[in-house]
Design a binder for this molecule. Sequence first.
Ligand code: NAP
Length: 307
Amino acid sequence: MAEKLALVGIGKIARDQHIPAISADPDWVLEAAVSRHAGVEGIDHFEDIDALLDNRPDISVVSLAIPPQPRFDYAAKALKAGKHVMLEKPPGQSLAECFALEAMAKEQGVSLFATWHSRYADTVPPLKAFLAERTLKSLKIIWKEDVRRWHPGQEWIWEPGGMGVFDPGINALSILTEILPYPVHLSGATLEFPENRATPIAADLKFADPTGAVMTAEFDWRQEGPQTWDIEIETDQGRARLSLGGERLEFDGAPAIQGANHEYANLYARMAELVKAGESDVDLSPMIHVCDAFSLGRRLMTDAFQF
Ligand code: NAP
């Protein structure tokens, strides 16, 4: 039987991805929306999580598509009410929040899924398999986009906990931590902060790879014109290039996959599996790199940013 689900935060990603993915999946039925300003036609609407929990005890799963700053309180209330919880990326505004939610889910015997949508692109498993059989020589992430185009008016990304350019950058880090056959750690970073903002507009990262491969990431929110979401890889047996944020994969310059986007369909399929199995999936390795960048990063001040 389909699980009854409530979606919290009816903003950009809820409309672009969550609602279509839930509607197309027979394992789910969208029963309620929680939003301060918006509703979804044909289903119950509640202004906050307390009203949802009081009025719809029959709903078993809560999916949180709100920004990271308010997410902990919503997730904690849902978990304490015995709901299974799905978290948009990043799973929290700090690591300790995520550890606390993980412990709560365990105590309540419910499923917690810290989603990383970019990992669920069709290109990621073949890229992981490619790397598993080769020795990495270098890996370069270039994630450069125009913040005005992709985050118009989103003030929360510039507030503490909003992560700035790491909001898209963590998607690349979620792919990195999925495809590598071993863990790496950050060895240095430079972060550029607009003089009027609390979060960075650009970041350069260097990683220490235990095999000696050269590994870097460049994130920038000031790129106008063509947008770049690429990972370029060189190994002892050929090259790979992931582009368009994971939509296209090439091996040695030849297209391997240029696919449709199934990321959110795959995320909801995974959540259905977790609920059925009574398990959680909380991998915080992308968050650890971001937190380490804030810890190790040399801070530079740059021009003020206005939308
Ligand atoms: P958004 O449109 O700015 O916000 C989503 C919704 O969250 C808003 O419409 C708002 O709904 C609610 N909200 C905002 N601030 C809140 C607060 N302080 N308390 C309670 N609710 C609040 O953001 P988004 O782009 O959808 O991103 C949401 C999350 O999804 C982020 O973590 C982001 O990293 C992730 N994500 C975004 C994208 C993307 O392409 N945009 C892609 C993948 C993942 P109401 O005002 O109606 O309550």
